[in-house]
Write a protein that binds this ligand. Structure first.
Ligand SMILES: NC(=O)C1=CN([C@@H]2O[C@H](COP(=O)(O)OP(=O)(O)OC[C@H]3O[C@@H](n4cnc5c(N)ncnc54)[C@H](OP(=O)(O)O)[C@@H]3O)[C@@H](O)[C@H]2O)C=CC1
Ligand SMILES: O=C(CO)COP(=O)(O)O
Ligand SMILES: [Zn+2]
Length: 354
């Protein structure tokens, strides 16, 4: 095998075996699982709001297929919560796990699946970010970025549920998609400057998923967001990460900014909202059309200023200053400039983020 082929080999990861995106199809969840691996017992991980909405229909679909089930509640991102759920899931002796909900529940299922070596399926109930089909998990630790776990064996989406989720979550998903424009540009820069692997196909797939929002955003401003387009774009972005073997096509300096805010102002704003705001400022540093990013985010109802997500000027400035140090091995445009407080303030002001 040539050196390049070998490098390519090391850069790909498993992909979901089956992705179903339907409408009012939650009653077919049991059949989906039966066709996937014929599980005898499944551990269901969800939050309290989502469980209330879906419990009846999910249980009915499992009973029809004679799949036993145990529910587990994901209430926060704490490692202690995850460890407790993992201990309980282990006692289930199930042969499948499901993460049902937003990123928190899907991430919890993803990490427990990886730790216990039990396959999992992702059942996103909100199109809020691209972790739905990726192998990456955002764990709360001193390393504030995602780590590799395992991709879902299957992804099951009921668009009707996504549509009925709080609209803020769908807008947040758009922010995470727009971020790909910045991330790919940073990946190209890293490839030029350090010779790191650059996967054209996965980069173009990530760009395509971002353009699905950017090209349609004025239509969304008039007629509302198209949940199917956005969730399929997020799935494509997650698949792009799988193919790239890293979050590189979907995470550049704008994500470093978001992770910095996770440290500076935990709980303020959704992941995709912070990435969207970071995209505005980093686009300007990259010489990209940052005004077009503001227009897109406004069209989809995503925040474009610190104030809109309860952040102060100083928090934005501090996040820009520390961002690159959170992941020194990931080359981004922030490595090309010394981001002082003065420069950070001027950048945030000139893009109307503060
Ligand atoms: N793996 C990855 O690549 C990434 C992972 N993440 C992680 O994802 C999490 C953020 O995900 P995000 O989705 O933004 O936030 P959450 O998963 O915290 O979901 C936000 C809230 O929305 C609720 N919700 C979800 N779906 C519905 C619905 N259909 N109807 C009503 N309420 C609903 C949830 O309810 P309930 O409480 O019942 O769950 C929760 O209270 C963080 O933990 C972050 O670390 C972020 C980026 C990337
Ligand atoms: O959020 C992600 C991609 O959208 C994951 O990226 P990170 O690797 O920066 O956590
Ligand atoms: Zn993201």
């Amino acid at each position: 095998m040539t050196k390049n082929q070998d490098r390519m080999k090391s850069h790909t990861m498993e992909l979901p075996r089956q992705i179903v995106v339907g409408e009012k199809n939650i009653n077919e969840f049991g059949e989906f699982l039966h066709n996937l691996t014929k599980p005898k017992k499944i551990s269901l991980i969800s939050g309290i709001h989502v469980k209330k909405i879906l419990r009846q229909r999910i249980e009915k679909s499992l009973k029809i297929k004679k799949i036993k089930f145990v529910w587990h509640t994901s209430k926060d991102n704490q490692i202690s919560t995850l460890n407790k759920i993992q201990k309980d899931v282990k006692r289930d002796h199930s042969d499948m796990i499901a993460g049902i909900g937003g990123g928190r529940s899907v991430d919890t299922a993803k990490l427990i699946s990886f730790n216990l070596g039990i396959p999992f399926v992702s059942v996103p109930t909100a199109a809020s970010h691209d972790g739905v089909s990726s192998p990456f998990v955002s764990v709360k630790s001193d390393k504030p970025h995602s780590i590799v776990a395992t991709a879902p064996l299957g992804v099951f989406v009921d668009i009707d549920i996504i549509k009925k989720a709080p609209s803020r979550l769908l807008a947040s998903g758009c922010g995470d998609l727009v971020a790909n424009i910045i991330a790919v540009k940073d990946w190209q820069l890293g490839h030029q400057k350090t010779g790191e692997y650059y996967g054209t196909y996965s980069a173009e797939l990530a760009m395509m998923s971002a353009m699905m929002v950017i090209d349609n955003s004025s239509k969304y401003a008039k007629n509302g967001l198209d949940a199917r387009v956005i969730v399929e774009a997020l799935i494509s972005a997650g698949v792009a990460s799988c193919i790239a073997g890293s979050s590189r096509p979907c995470s550049g300096a704008e994500h470093l900014f978001s992770h910095a805010l996770d440290k500076i102002a935990p709980g303020k704003g959704l992941h995709g909202e912070k990435c969207g705001i970071g995209s505005i400022m980093i686009a300007k540093l990259q010489g990209q059309d940052w005004k077009k990013i503001i227009k897109t985010l406004k069209n989809v109802g995503a925040p474009t200023t610190a104030k809109q997500i309860g952040l102060t000027e100083d928090q934005i400035i501090d996040a820009l200053v520390i961002a690159q140090d959170l992941r020194p091995e990931r080359y981004t445009i922030l490595k090309e400039i010394e981001m002082t407080e003065r420069k950070a303030k001027s950048l945030a002001k000139s893009t109307k983020v503060i």
